[in-house]
Design a protein around this ligand. Structure first.
Ligand code: CMP
Length: 137
């Protein structure tokens, strides 16, 4: 079984889309191992997105991700990483396919409703970033 991390980002929480996104996750057959609502500091957001440190949008990304509550969700399923990325759609909602989370709920490339891990290895690492093993059921 594969693990991947979903984060419902501050824009989707503000727009009251937590329930809609969780419904899409469950209808697609993912098992929810852990779910919580938290607010993170700029330092924690910066650490999570450290791989993007040199990118021009890093500062904007870190400010946005610490601008309000987020909902990290640990997901499990066969092929979870690729299947979750397919369900969320392209980074830019203008390019996201019909029926994807970002097509429905994202507003821009920066404020794009959800995060998904980009590899099997990062799926495990990112789930561990937000959840202790004892919090996963
Ligand atoms: P995410 O899947 O969380 O991983 C990295 C994030 O960087 C991405 O979603 C976007 O929110 C953000 N991002 C990527 N490209 C841009 C961009 N050109 N401008 C602003 N934010 C971006």
């Amino acid at each position: 079984m594969e693990r991947t991390l979903c984060i419902i980002k501050p824009d989707a929480v503000r727009n009251k889309n937590i329930g809609n996104i969780v419904a899409m996750i469950q209808e697609a057959g993912f098992k929810i191992l852990g779910l919580k609502q938290i607010t993170i500091s700029q330092a924690v957001a910066g650490e999570f997105y450290a791989v993007h440190k040199e990118r021009p949008f890093y500062g904007e990304l870190v400010s946005f991700m610490s601008s309000g509550p987020i909902v990290p969700i640990a997901l499990e399923k066969a092929n979870a990483v690729a299947d979750w990325r397919a369900l969320i759609g392209a980074t830019d909602p203008a390019e996201a396919a019909e029926g994807t989370v970002r097509k429905r709920y994202a507003t821009s490339k920066g404020e794009n409703a959800v995060h998904g891990s980009d590899s099997v290895e990062n799926g495990r690492i990112e789930v561990g970033f937000f959840f202790a093993e004892s919090e996963l059921v």
